[in-house]
Design a protein around this ligand. Structure first.
Ligand SMILES: [Zn+2]
Length: 420
């Protein structure tokens, strides 16, 4: 009798390709129940951490002080947003890790849960223990508060990180910043570099990419969907150069500058065999459709792109692209949290249409380990359900399903990021 696919998935350790585990949150010993909600996707129901073009924000609401937990502060998450998938996922994880078998967070049990959260987070090994229980073997984090962070150094052994390029694409002036508040010139200055011209800036970016391995950084991360649209057109070099050193370049000059920098970084990445992760879907929504990046993908056939989140809600368009362009891989993170039922439909289609079994990877995309625990448990559950359906339909025999599950959970990421 072959092992049931759910048991096989439960026993396979995960190489998690995307988290936002950052020292400010992960190393903080003062964590309460309210923070777990505020610093999670459940928190995004209350306040998006990125402004739309029509909005301004003073600070990142996820990094603001949460205050003490009260029922009045929890109720907006649990009752007003109680139907939302992010909330369901976090409630399951918190009650399982911190509770005594209760299925919900209520007016009666929230104080005990809050006390348990605070007590566990005082322990230096709590995060590691939760990741162990989640079956995580390796982990790649996107520490957007510091794009130069050496996560291995800061957070320990299972970690690698990606280098977020948003600030670099917005670096026309020393004062210009990306939506995370990062300045390219400040980052370069930390390394002792002060480029005085656009050409010196491009040379500094090449040195920055060359320094990634020493910082345990295994990919570039393009999250510009939160700063601008993702139509990274054929760069207009003349216009890009006009943006250099201006405090307030025109919208066309800004776009040309960041188009040019993104193109340059994708070229450098291709030459050095470094992959490029890219956020697609639900960000600045009018500009985050996956087909907008087709030109960039076509111009860089040697560059390996890991396109994220099934570009929700445009997963079918993304799958079409991943069939046509053979330099595209899919990072399934977040899509399963946004909508578990859509994820199952999309995973069925992805299994059927992708040109080979190397293409899919998975992760948590979370801030606290509790949410990561819940998300990876959900990922195992949904993948198990889809593969059971594929087995029941006779699409797969058990060895096919097991081989694919091991690749999606672990082996594809090891090979794609050249992890050892
Ligand atoms: Zn993310």
């Amino acid at each position: 009798m072959p092992q049931p696919i759910r048991d096989f998935i439960g026993a396979t350790r995960i190489v998690d390709v995307h988290e936002h585990h950052i020292p400010e949150i992960l190393l903080n010993r003062e964590v309460n129940l309210l923070q777990l909600f505020q610093q999670s996707y459940a928190g995004w129901n209350q306040a998006r951490p990125y402004p739309l073009p029509s909005e301004k924000r003073d600070r990142d609401p996820m990094l603001a002080a949460a205050g003490a937990t009260t029922w009045e502060a929890l109720a907006p998450f649990l009752e007003n947003s109680g139907s939302n998938s992010f909330v369901r996922n976090l409630v399951r994880a918190v009650t399982e890790l911190h509770g005594t078998g209760e299925p919900a967070i209520t007016r009666k049990n929230w104080e005990a849960l809050d006390a348990a959260v605070r007590e566990q987070h005082q322990k230096a090994d709590w995060c590691r223990e939760v990741l162990r229980r989640a079956g995580v073997e390796r982990l790649i984090t996107d520490p957007y508060t510091d794009p130069l962070l050496d996560a291995r150094n800061a957070l320990g052994n299972p970690y690698n990180s990606v280098m977020r390029l948003n600030a670099l694409a917005c670096g026309w002036h020393p004062d210009s910043r990306d939506h995370n508040g990062n300045s390219a010139h400040a980052l370069l200055q930390r390394l002792g570099w002060t480029p005085a011209s656009f050409d010196e800036y491009l040379a500094a970016l090449a040195k920055l990419v060359d320094g990634m391995a020493a910082r345990h950084q295994v990919a570039l991360k393009n999250a510009l969907a939160y700063d601008r649209d993702v139509a990274f057109d054929q760069p207009d070099e003349k216009l890009a150069r006009q943006a250099w050193s201006k405090t307030s370049p025109s919208p066309a000059e800004r776009k040309a500058f960041s188009d040019f920098v993104v193109d340059w970084l994708c070229q450098l990445a291709g030459e050095r065999d470094i992959p490029v992760q890219m956020h697609l879907g639900t960000a600045i929504l009018r500009g985050s459709h996956p087909l907008k990046v087709a030109g960039l993908v076509e111009r860089h056939p040697r560059t390996r792109f890991l396109l994220m989140h099934l570009a929700y809600p445009w997963s079918r368009d993304l799958l079409g692209m991943a069939f046509v362009y053979r330099n595209i891989w899919l990072d399934l993170t977040w899509s399963l949290l946004l909508s578990p039922s859509h994820f199952k439909l999309a995973l069925h289609e992805a299994i059927e249409i992708l040109p080979d079994e190397s293409r899919m990877m998975i992760g948590g995309d979370n801030w606290h380990v509790e949410e990561t625990y819940g998300t990876l448990k959900l990922a195992r559950q949904l993948m198990g359900e889809v593969l059971e359906e594929k087995l029941a339909a006779g699409y797969f025999h058990p060895p096919d399903a097991q081989r694919l599950a091991a690749k999606v959970l672990r082996e594809n990421a090891m090979a794609f990021f050249r992890l050892r």
